[in-house]
Design a protein around this ligand. Structure first.
Ligand SMILES: [Zn+2]
Ligand SMILES: [Zn+2]
Length: 381
C-alpha cells in the first residue's frame, strides 16, 4: 500500500508540498468538514473586497470597495423587476447544496442581484460614468466599458475560485484512501485548468488596463442589438467561445498553452432603449469576428431567439423578469433551463446545442437596430 512506502517526512502524495505526516497521514480519521465551515469560507472568498482598477490607478482608490452592480440597478434591473425582485441563480454554497447542484431560478432583491465587491466607490463612479450617466450611443468607449465590466467580474470570480483551493484540498477529510485519491486527482486537474485560466485572464487584463491608462478605446469592438424596451433577460458575462453560431469549433480551449479569445455579453436598459451588446477587444478579433459573423449571416428573425438561448447557455450571471418568465410556456422554460444546466454542469462535454438555431419562439421586445462598432467584421457569406 502507498502509505507503507511513503515516509512521514516525505512530501505528501497529493502534491500539496506539505510533509505527509501533516497532510494525508490519518486523513481518513480526520473530522470531515462541516457544511457551515464550507459555507463560511465560500462566503468569505466571494465577498472579499478588491478594486479591479489597473494597478497604476490604485493611489486614487477612495471610499470603500462597494457592492458594484454588473447590471445597472436603477435603470436596468428595476425595469424588469417585480416588487423589487428579479429571478436569478443564487451562487452560494447553501443554494447549491439545497438544489443539489441543479440550477434553479430564485427570487433575488435588485439590491443584491448581479453585484460583486470589485470596485471602490470612486472607480465604480468614474470609470463607468459614460454608461451610467449618458444614454447609449454605441461609442467605442461605451462598448469598451461593457466588455470591461464583464471582464472584471470574471476575473474576480476566477481569483476567488483559486482562493478556495485549501477548501477543496480538505474535502477528503474522513474519507477512505480511494476516495482521497479521486478527490485529489480532481483537485489537481481543476487547479491546472484554473491556473491556466488565470494566466489567460491576466493576459487580457493587460489589454483592458492599458486602454484605461491611455484613455484610448480604439481596440474595442462590438455588435449591438437595440430593442424598443428593456430586455427581460439581463446578463453581464465574459466567455471564451468554443463554437460559432453554425456549430463550428473556433478555438481549442483544452490547449492550455494557447491564449484564448474572450467575448463579453451585456444587456441593459438606458431608459430609452434596450441593449444587448457582444463586445471584445482587438486581441480577440480572430475568434470573435468568426463567431459574430456566423450570427449576422442568419435570418434576422433568428437573431433574438438564438441570443436568448446563448445567454442561458453561456452565463450564470443572468437575471430574468419574473413577469416574462411566467409569460413563457412550460416548454420554453424547460428548454432554457436545460441550456442553463449545460452551462453550470462540469460533466457535460462542450457542445453547440442551442446556439445554432431557434429552439422555440419567445416573447421579446421588438428588435430595432443591429450596429457594428469598430470591428473588421465581414458580413459577406
Ligand atoms: Zn496530502
Ligand atoms: Zn479603486
Amino acid at each position: 500500500m502507498y502509505d507503507k512506502k511513503i515516509g512521514r517526512n516525505d512530501p505528501c502524495w497529493c502534491g500539496s508540498q506539505i510533509k505527509y505526516k501533516k497532510c494525508h497521514l490519518f486523513r481518513d480519521k480526520q473530522e470531515p468538514m462541516k457544511h457551515w465551515e464550507i459555507n463560511r469560507e465560500f462566503n468569505n472568498v466571494n465577498s472579499r473586497k478588491k478594486c479591479s482598477c489597473p494597478d497604476s490607478f490604485n493611489e486614487s482608490c477612495t471610499g470603500n470597495v462597494i457592492r458594484a452592480h454588473t447590471v445597472p440597478k436603477t435603470s436596468s434591473l428595476k425595469a424588469i423587476s417585480d416588487a423589487g425582485h428579479v429571478l436569478g441563480l443564487k451562487m452560494s454554497y447553501e443554494a447549491i447544496r439545497k438544489n443539489r447542484g441543479r440550477p434553479l431560478l430564485e427570487k433575488i432583491g435588485i439590491n443584491h442581484a448581479s453585484t460583486f465587491n470589485g470596485f471602490c466607490k470612486y472607480h465604480d463612479d468614474v470609470i463607468f460614468a459614460p454608461l451610467e450617466k449618458e444614454s447609449f450611443v454605441a461609442s467605442q468607449k461605451q462598448c469598451f466599458l461593457l466588455a470591461y465590466r464583464a471582464f472584471a467580474r470574471e476575473y474576480y470570480a476566477i481569483v476567488g475560485a483559486q482562493e478556495l483551493s485549501t477548501l477543496r484540498h480538505g474535502a477528503d477529510k474522513g474519507k477512505h484512501i480511494e476516495a482521497q485519491f479521486d478527490i485529489q486527482m480532481n483537485n489537481f486537474l481543476y487547479e491546472l485548468g484554473n491556473r491556466a485560466a488565470i494566466e489567460d485572464l491576466n493576459y487580457h487584463k493587460s489589454y483592458f488596463d492599458s486602454a484605461l491608462e491611455n484613455d484610448d478605446f480604439s481596440t474595442a469592438r462590438a455588435v449591438i442589438f437595440t430593442f424598443d424596451e428593456a430586455p427581460p433577460v439581463m446578463v453581464c458575462g465574459g466567455t471564451n467561445p468554443d463554437f460559432d453560431f453554425d456549430g463550428n469549433p473556433v478555438q481549442d480551449l483544452m490547449d492550455l498553452m494557447k491564449r484564448t479569445d474572450n467575448l463579453s455579453v451585456t444587456s441593459y436598459y438606458d431608459g430609452e432603449k434596450g441593449i444587448i451588446a457582444f463586445s471584445w477587444l482587438e486581441n480577440s478579433d480572430e475568434t470573435c469576428c468568426k463567431v459574430m459573423s456566423s450570427l449576422l449571416h442568419k435570418d434576422r428573425e433568428e437573431y433574438v431567439p438564438i441570443i436568448i438561448q446563448y445567454m442561458f447557455k453561456n452565463f450564470e450571471n443572468v437575471f430574468v423578469s419574473p413577469k416574462w418568465w411566467e409569460s413563457e410556456s412550460e416548454t420554453n422554460r424547460k428548454i432554457l433551463m436545460k441550456l442553463f444546466g449545460d452551462n453550470i454542469s462540469t460533466n457535460i462535454s462542450p457542445n453547440a446545442n442551442g446556439i445554432t438555431k431557434p429552439l422555440s419562439v419567445y416573447n421579446f421586445p421588438q428588435l430595432r437596430d443591429v450596429i457594428t462598432v469598430g470591428s473588421p467584421l465581414s458580413t459577406e457569406p
